[in-house]
Design a protein around this ligand. Sequence first.
Ligand SMILES: [Zn+2]
Length: 710
Amino acid sequence: MDRFLNFSESLKLSREATFESESGKNMIDDIYTDLLPNNGVIKKVNLPRTTIVTGRKGTGKSTIFQKSISDKTKDRKAIPVYVDTKTVYGNSTPSIHLDEYDIIPDKEIVKYFVYTNFMKSLIDSIRETVYLKLNQNRIVKLLGLNDEKFEDIKLKLDEIKDNIDDVFKRIDLSLVQTIKEHTEQANKSSKNIAVDLSNKPKLTAGAQSNHDTVVKKEFNNILFSYLDIKNSLIENLLKIKEIIKIKYIFVYLDDFSELDLYAQELIIDNFVAPLNNYSKDFVKFKIAAYPKRFYYGELDNQKIDEISLDFFDAYYTYDLSSSKMYDIARMENLALDYTCRLIENRRKVFFPDDGFYKFFTLAPKTLHQLLFEVSLNIPRKLGYILSFCYLSCVINNKKISKKDIENASIKYYDTIISRFFTHNPFLKRPFEDKVSIENQKTLLIKIIERQVENRKSILKSNEPIFNVPKKPASHFIVNEKLAYLLDNLELNNYLTIYNKIKDTTGAFTHLYALDYGMCKKNNIPFGRPKDGKHGKYYKHSRFNFSRVIMDHFNTTQILKCNNGHEFPYSFYEDIEVFDFNCPKCLKNHEFVKCEVTVHNQEILDRINELEQENLHELSFAEFLVLDSFSTMSPLALSSYAVAEYVNKTESSVKLLINKLIDKSLIVIDEEISKGLDKDHYKITKKAMKYVEKINTILGKKKANSQVLYK
Ligand SMILES: [Zn+2]
């Protein structure tokens, strides 16, 4: 029983945790399971190149680092140095007392002193680890390090420490000086316009952000003039390289995406990139990051490798490199194979005398398939789900059934995914993400509602494509150009990119899978029909969600102030109480009015652009179909009615309708379809306007259009 718990817990482990058996032996080599066949991932990570390993939380980045460190320790060609970036950053505080220098430490100013101390601590911890590792290895004398050479290295390392201490002391003091001068100036000028300021809150906002920009600019200048990584660090490292036989230092920066954008810029541009580019191949970095939350900056693309651990990216790249052809079924097999190996490798360690499968009512093969579907290859998620099963079944001497695993996946959705997203002030978002969390939650609800509707109509439908067991509705497609709007939901595990496929118009789309537990909770069966006949199941226009997303952003209203604070429309009455002054700005004693607005203009512009593109690429046949909808509007039409109207076969019209849905120009009218038990469609406003415009240009009158088309 305890073994089952150890088994599950070992899947949950994250950074710094070491996999130790009861006898204290490091088990990493036994339980490490590579995502790709033939150890494709670890082989690449072990190469003497700088590598970015990207993957969502729990995809096993830290485990890969541990395996690599274990390998490198054995082959002795490199000194592995592990840095837990998150902790080093979290422990960073200003290294000087600001009040001693008469500086009122406002948040913005403190930030820069935190940054400088963080950089210093990072370099320090690397230097220290190198020293410790060499000191250990000296005893073994495998490196050919005699006392004399070791003393020499120690001297060089001390020199690095002195240099770095000195550099950062100068940076801090220079920063103090700049901030003092700047504050004095600002005080002088603010006295002059103080009267104006109180009347025009917008000006205060401007002055504040201007102040911030100036401080940031000065900080960058100071760094640029004082931080000479080449002389203070690289030169000494190269001298060390000459003394020892070791060829590389591998620096593993774990959890790098926990840093904000600016901290990443600092570290990459001022430290990682120079070392990577100028250390004559001595220092190589291994960086663990979340997708879309990594700053590349001055890292030379030619000199770095990138490995993605996320479901689709990993297998897509692998498959393309191995066969030049891409196939969704083969990808699913590879992914399923990973889940099997993951379970099997751990089973051999924790249940050497077998007995693992006795805890389940399911046969191993069925179990593996189910565990793949609930986890989509995220080991930590699998660990949580098995731990939940341990609590609900194993300790009660009850065997784990399919239902129990499904319930565990619902619990995972409720307690981990959902809670994390809604109540977490430290939520890590993609850098490009401009949509508020509240807004994304609303979008998610719309996606689920739409799938629930789809499920209902599929159950009733007699279309052959829907004639499959279970009739799942867990996947959907979205035009590639809109996919970035789902990045945050994906990063936080509500969705997973399952594939990239072309829709009926030939446009690229992302096929997404919703979280298994979230589907279960909403009575949506999970799965993708696998037989050839139904391979295009999710290509059906019902599952094209581009329109859902466009409509969401086109119509969702929000309250927004000039400083960029956003509130959901439901807060209208609360904010009215403050006479529409932004509550967040009020906290900073600023009066800034909130206005009702549609969402981010930039997003709307991009959506508009895509719609225009789709309209301009219409074929004549598609135009005729649109025209019939426009003529009959606001009536919803079935494919049969349109076929009559344009005098074509119903099957050819169905194909055209699918294309028009994929282009987001017509939509399914859910209400009418439900009432009449047959899919009915209607034209979108934008398409309607377009058809009218074309008809005006052509000088056609509605009355004779029918004649013309025949
Ligand atoms: Zn505000």
